[in-house]
Design a protein around this ligand. Structure first.
Ligand code: NAP
Length: 288
């Protein structure tokens, strides 16, 4: 029997419908829409396309959305000034810093200027630190929290399960491992120096692929019946979008699997919406 497909598009549509009621209630009470600003330096094609998707989705869901675009040769100081202005602007509730940044910009220096209260992607040091400490009252990193949402809506138990996370980047693997730990999974993190990746991934009741290598995870690397979450967005040889998991092979033995495209991506956008609405509520109750 083939794997159950964890359909991110269907879940995102359901969540957007629920969110629409909450956004309408917020607009009625406050008299304004929760608003997101996407900040970009230059015109990296994937970032341009992603910003268009975000803009369309947010507007359709009743949010405000606009772009702050800086030229390729902007300095960290110029970008910092924009971030400071957005931080002070009470009409802006959430903000996203698009990556990659141009090579001359130090990403850590930029993110240190990013307003934490508006960090709806959950990527600033303060939000990451709160995630680490599991203090509550923070924005969990958007893409990993989309995976947790998919797993929970599918009714897949996490407590006591062995979750193997392949990848340890700050935006995916690391926060994913922490979120799974907070759900009481037993977590193993793998990376490029891991010896015999397949030996370890085969132990996962839950397997998360966040490596950025098309079709790296093959059938023999997956435990039969495992739940497989694929974050990969790869375009090998400029062709069709592929995940990090060899989907056709793995879906034959997995218990459940996310497709690419149509898995974690659409749910991530909804997580950004939830966080933007929450940021607007927080700022309203703080009188900001
Ligand atoms: P990244 O920063 O390049 O990190 C990749 C991670 O994978 C690193 O920790 C690296 O190990 C590890 N790795 C690389 N090759 C490996 C191998 N052969 N065996 C084991 N581990 C290996 O990438 P990222 O930003 O996390 O993104 C990963 C993928 O997710 C990309 O395809 C990206 O486009 C996609 N993505 C998807 C979404 C979404 O919404 N679905 C959002 C963001 C990104 P080291 O740490 O040792 O280098």
């Amino acid at each position: 029997m083939g794997a159950r497909i964890l359909d991110g598009r269907a879940l995102a549509a359901q969540l957007r419908a629920e969110l629409a009621t909450q956004v309408a209630a917020f607009r009625d009470e406050s008299g304004y829409a929760p608003a997101l600003v996407v900040v970009r330096v230059g015109n990296d094609p994937a970032s341009v396309s992603y910003a268009k998707t975000i803009d369309k989705s947010f507007r359709e869901a009743g949010f405000g959305c606009r772009l702050e675009l800086l030229p390729d040769d902007a300095t960290v100081a110029q970008l910092g000034a924009v971030l400071e202005r957005l931080s002070a602007d009470e009409n802006v509730h959430g903000a996203i810093m698009q990556r990659p940044l141009p090579g001359h910009m130090d990403a850590d220096a930029v993110m240190s200027k990013f307003p934490t209260a508006k960090d709806v992607e959950g990527v600033t040091a303060l939000n990451m630190g709160k995630l680490m400490l599991n203090t509550g009252n923070y924005f969990p990193t958007a893409t990993p929290s989309a995976a947790i949402t998919l797993l929970k809506h599918a009714g897949i138990p996490l407590a006591g399960k062995h979750a193997v996370v392949a990848g340890r980047s700050n935006i995916l693997g690391r926060p994913m491992a922490l979120l799974l730990l907070h759900e009481n999974a037993t977590v193993t993190i793998c990376h490029s120096r891991t010896r015999d990746l397949g030996e370890i991934t085969r132990q996962g009741d839950i397997l998360i692929a966040a490596v950025g290598k098309a079709n790296l995870i093959k059938r023999e690397m997956v435990k039969p019946g495992a739940t497989v979450i694929d974050f990969g967005v790869n375009f090998p040889d400029g062709g069709k979008m592929r995940g990090d998991v060899d989907y056709e092979q793995v879906k034959a033995i997995a218990g459940a699997i996310t497709p690419v495209p149509g898995g974690t991506g659409p749910v991530t956008t909804v997580m950004l919406m939830y966080n933007t609405l929450q940021a607007a509520k927080n700022q309203r109750s703080n009188g900001q």
